[in-house]
Write a protein of this length. Sequence first.
Length: 190
Amino acid sequence: MKFLEHALEVLMFNSRWLLAPFYLGLVAGIGILLVKFLQEFLHIVPMTLSGSESDIVLAILTLVDMSLVANLLIIIIFSGYENFVSKIDTGDHEDRPEWMGKVDFSGLKIKVIASIVAISAIELLKAFVHIDSVGNPQDPAIWTVADKSLAWKVGIHFVLIFSGVLFALMDKIAEAGHAHKESAKHGGKH
């Protein structure tokens, strides 16, 4: 019976490797994003001399948006792989990010929500740059489709910010509870 229990535990522990293809898929996702980034960049180049300022700003904000998504993917790949699959052995490579190996699941959640809020902010900024007018000039009480779309974007952005604050607050409360338990466990001594 002990052998069966041990075999089951080994199987469950090794099942973490089933996550590796997910992280490889995210690496491929960065490659796909790079192709779209290059396409957008090549689209901007001819617009430099002939496009309006707002068109160029919107196109550059799109590039910033894509780079934030790529950064988010790197954070998820590195942190997720190290937290759930295996440590990444880079030795003492000079380019190893300082945060790598130090971001636990709690820190990963905060980094992900912060990245999503930043991406949402860029999308909102793009909407504000692209807005021509707000409201209906004939009847100010009538909201146009663009007005409603902008209102939804602002609302969603604030929900994401609020969610991020709640995540951070929950982590702080959990951390304080853990510190209190450790302090009580060691008789109040640190």
